[in-house]
Design a protein around this ligand. Structure first.
Ligand code: GLU
Length: 314
């Protein structure tokens, strides 16, 4: 079966070097194998996402020579237009007895959560009676959580290797829908990757720990999960800090003023272990020789000269 990948950015600002690195690897991986690519716009958060960022992102990808076969401008590939699909999945989980309303405040959730988690394996709301639920519902609308099983969910990541999480101890019941109706990323990404027939997921390493939750949702919803996951390293500043959209000197606006597309691709190709030098190269040339075994697993510090805005090419 032909591989089908996707790039699923959240349009909350101008793309930066780190987003571009993930996008390039997703593109190279499918193009090397002659597969197809979906560009899905993950604009679930109306406060942070703007259509103009999505359109700019598409223009930036085209400038680099990165294309896609489905999605992009098409509204059916924007999460803000896909409410009915999330609602159907929500109703299916609810009918299966896997959801419960949670009335905890954010402070209560944080106090009960294990260190570094926002989820609580021991949410008291799981034990509420029907009577208690209807009484509490008159006071405030609940968040909806999905109940996780007490077992390990394991998978083999194409880059990071074997990964396993005990769902109760290491993850806990997690939110699917917020009190104000907003859909959780975990639900939307599963519903969409399944509906779009995605077979290969390439994304940042920061999402590795979300994958067992997503695999559990595929199972609970009776959907087919992607067959391959590659969680790619993040680009970090020399002090180890993750590059973010606020690093304006590394956003596409600044980068496009300093580099030609082939120069920027050369730089990224070297960071991705695909070339020994940052010599200019086209996306098509890179796709021919793309090799996952040369992609580093650990986060990649970005050259100080680049961070300071100096050109690394003569
Ligand atoms: N929308 C997410 C982001 O921009 C990526 C989600 C995914 O690739 O699963 O970080």
């Amino acid at each position: 079966m032909a591989v089908k990948g996707r790039f699923a950015p959240s349009p909350s600002g101008r793309m930066h070097l780190g987003n571009l690195f993930s996008a390039l690897l997703a593109w190279l991986s499918v193009r090397h194998e002659g597969g197809s690519l979906v560009l899905r716009i993950e604009d679930l958060d109306p406060d942070r996402c703007r259509p103009e960022y999505a359109l700019q992102l598409m223009e930036d990808l085209r400038w680099l020579g990165l294309d896609w076969d489905e999605g992009g401008e098409e509204p059916a590939y924007w999460q803000s237009h896909r409410e009915e699909h999330y609602l159907a999945a929500f109703e299916a989980l609810k009918a299966g007895g896997l959801l419960y309303p949670c009335f905890c405040t954010r402070q209560q959730r944080l106090a009960e959560a294990p260190h570094g988690h926002e989820v609580s394996p021991s949410c008291p709301c799981v034990h509420l009676t029907a009577e208690e639920i209807s009484k509490k519902s008159t006071q405030r609308p609940p968040n909806w959580k999905v109940r996780v099983p007490d077992r390990a969910i394991s998978f083999s990541d194409g880059l990071q290797g074997a990964y396993s999480q005990n769902m109760t101890a290491q993850c806990g019941d997690f939110p699917i829908r917020r009190w104000d109706g907003a859909w959780a990323y975990q639900l939307a990404v599963v519903v969409d990757d399944a509906a779009m027939g995605v077979t290969q997921v390439v994304r940042g390493r920061d999402l590795l720990s979300s994958t067992p939750r997503q695999l559990w949702l595929y199972e609970a919803l009776g959907l087919t999960p992607p067959t391959a996951f590659y969680h790619v390293p993040l680009l970090v500043a020399p002090d180890g800090r993750r590059l973010a959209k606020r690093d304006a000197d590394l956003d596409m606006g600044a980068l496009r003023q300093r580099y030609k597309p082939e120069e920027l691709l050369g730089l990224l190709a070297q960071l991705a272990g695909q070339r020994d030098t940052p010599a200019p190269v086209t996306a098509r040339e890179l796709a021919q020789t793309f090799d996952w075994s040369r992609v580093p697993r650990q986060d990649i510090p970005v050259d100080g000269a680049l961070l300071c805005g100096k050109k690394v090419f003569s």
